[in-house]
Design a protein around this ligand. Sequence first.
Ligand SMILES: C[S@@+](CC[C@H](N)C(=O)[O-])C[C@H]1O[C@@H](n2cnc3c(N)ncnc32)[C@H](O)[C@@H]1O
Length: 268
Amino acid sequence: MEKLFLFLLELSPKIKRTLWRWWYQNLVRSYPQFDWKFMNYGFCDVNSELGNLNLRQEDEENRYFIQLYHYLASATDLQDKIVLEVGSGRGGGAAYIASYLKPKKIIGIDFSQENIQVARQTYRQTNLSFQLGDAEALPMDSDSFDVVLNLESSHCYASMTRFIQEVYRVLKPGGIFSWADFRSVEKLESLNQIFKQSGFELIQTTNITPQVVQALLLVNQRKQKFIDSYVPGFLKTAFQEFAAVENSEMYQSFRTGKNVYLNYVFRK
Ligand SMILES: C[S@@+](CC[C@H](N)C(=O)[O-])C[C@H]1O[C@@H](n2cnc3c(N)ncnc32)[C@H](O)[C@@H]1O
């Protein structure tokens, strides 16, 4: 099943986009649990880069997923800023930022109507909203955001070039774009070329694969338990790959260096 999915993903950018939308729409329909707030691989602070990140008791169970957001967001001070998150999923990350990092406002955009609905139902903060939208055609005015964040979403896009052009368009001059996602090492050259031609000034690049791999290990049991309890047999392997549980090909690809997880920070 997952082999067919991976094969179809490579067929054409349009099919890739359609398949990912289908996947995320169905994920919410099948697993609407409001306590499932994050869909990233997480970040374990192995190098003590985050300082002492104090979380409320109710957020502790999502610490590693939150830490990945915190790492992404610490590219710049978000206080009183106007922030856009592209690919906000179930909304946990934007909600964390809205309540802990105090932007003036943060808008989460996602192309899954179901994700947007769950996020709106789960979070009600005055500086936080969610909107349906496509990363490759952002429904926002030009020069309107101080910061754009994008976490573990861009591997789904049909055109990375169009996405980067859109981020550049909606950011104010001097605005910051913090991006994090995984890529196969083979595709890094072409990705870097897209960034190079974007007009952005590259401020920082960090390989955070070790932090992500450690987080994957630490949340492994919880994910495996979820899959064992809720996922039907014929979908189990596909889910294990999606969640990068220990010994999945996805997890192994990080261990062997075939895939890397990166954070790049840019200024317009
Ligand atoms: C792995 S999830 C990560 C979600 C969230 N950033 C998090 O860390 O929990 C990827 C998200 O990107 C969204 N996405 C994929 N392609 C998109 C597109 N073209 N436009 C907007 N959102 C997209 C998916 O619907 C999904 O919510």
